[in-house]
Design a protein. Structure first.
Length: 116
């Protein structure tokens, strides 16, 4: 069955960098739009960045624009989120999402904590 597995989270100091990765299996990865979401304690889940199935177009939230970059590898069936200049307000559980038409898959999430 379809599965998304995130990795790469952890504790980092403000101004630092992390690279999240999401490995997909069980579905035709290249057809799906891939996104990263995050959810901080007491807040709603929010969209961080999206990349279309061909990998040519990507968008990110204003709060992370210029700091975070989403990319995908349709051969390895992975999507990554490079996070630079991290801030304490970036602390959240980060989730990978795959979407095609009405079909949506979620990963289990990976914790990112930005703190000194």
């Amino acid at each position: 069955q379809a599965q998304l597995v995130e990795s790469g989270g952890g504790l980092v100091q403000p101004g630092g960098s992390l690279r999240l990765s999401c490995a997909a299996s069980g579905f035709i990865f290249s057809l799906y739009v891939m996104s990263w979401y995050r959810q901080a304690p007491g807040k709603e889940r929010e969209l961080v960045a999206t990349i279309v199935n061909a990998g040519g177009s990507a968008n990110s939230a204003d709060s992370v624009k210029g700091r975070f970059t989403i990319s995908r590898d349709n051969v390895r069936k992975t999507v990554a989120l490079q996070m630079n200049s991290l801030k304490p307000e970036d602390t959240a559980v980060y989730y990978c999402q795959a979407k095609f038409a009405q079909t949506v898959y979620w990963g289990q999430g990976t914790q990112v904590t930005v703190s000194s």
